[in-house]
Design a protein around this ligand. Sequence first.
Ligand SMILES: C[S@@+](CC[C@H](N)C(=O)[O-])C[C@H]1O[C@@H](n2cnc3c(N)ncnc32)[C@H](O)[C@@H]1O
Length: 207
Amino acid sequence: MEYWNKRFSGKGKIWGIEPSKTAIYALKLFKNYDIKKILIPGSGYGRHTKFFSLNNYEVTGIEISEIGLNIAKELDSKSKLMLGSVLDMPFNDEMYDAIFCYNLLHLLLKNERALFIEKCYSQLRDNGFIFFSVFSEQEERFGKGTKIEENTFESKPYRPTHYFTKEDILKHFNAFSVIETNIIEEKENHGDLGLHTHKFRYIFAKK
Ligand SMILES: C[S@@+](CC[C@H](N)C(=O)[O-])C[C@H]1O[C@@H](n2cnc3c(N)ncnc32)[C@H](O)[C@@H]1O
């Protein structure tokens, strides 16, 4: 929480207010199905809750950083935004048609990842969908920093990152029926790194 509060208080809307290429791709997939209610765990300062809300979905975001959440409330007045840790879900008794989770799962350690995925499964209606993106082993930072767990490195201080191989992501989501999984390249331009390209792994699957 402290790490993200610091990041959002210093640089505010770090990744800009436009949706990521990944979210635009997820929307394209979601449009093929009967999806109305979306849960966005780790919703940050709201660029993706806003994007899905503007596309006429009923959106709920959960965010651990109060500073991030307050920026989100200014950016996005349509979505329902809640403060809390995804590890303490559920925060209501709603069932969602889909869960969109952008780059949060890789920030959790092994037991937390399993718990979080279980909690997502329970908040999804039968035949509901998940779209998760995570750091892959093809990221430039893979293997850098102190090793904390298998394929998990503290490549930035106080921010362990788990890097997912294809086999690993399939194992994490083995309770779901996988529709597709692949690498998506996402360009970002922020901080000391300047313009750089991430190689995220995404998974789109059905309960
Ligand atoms: C890489 S950022 C992505 C933010 C947002 N999805 C976006 O793309 O703009 C990860 C987000 O997850 C949040 N987060 C990290 N751990 C969390 C937890 N346990 N519960 C809820 N949010 C968490 C962080 O505060 C941060 O906003």
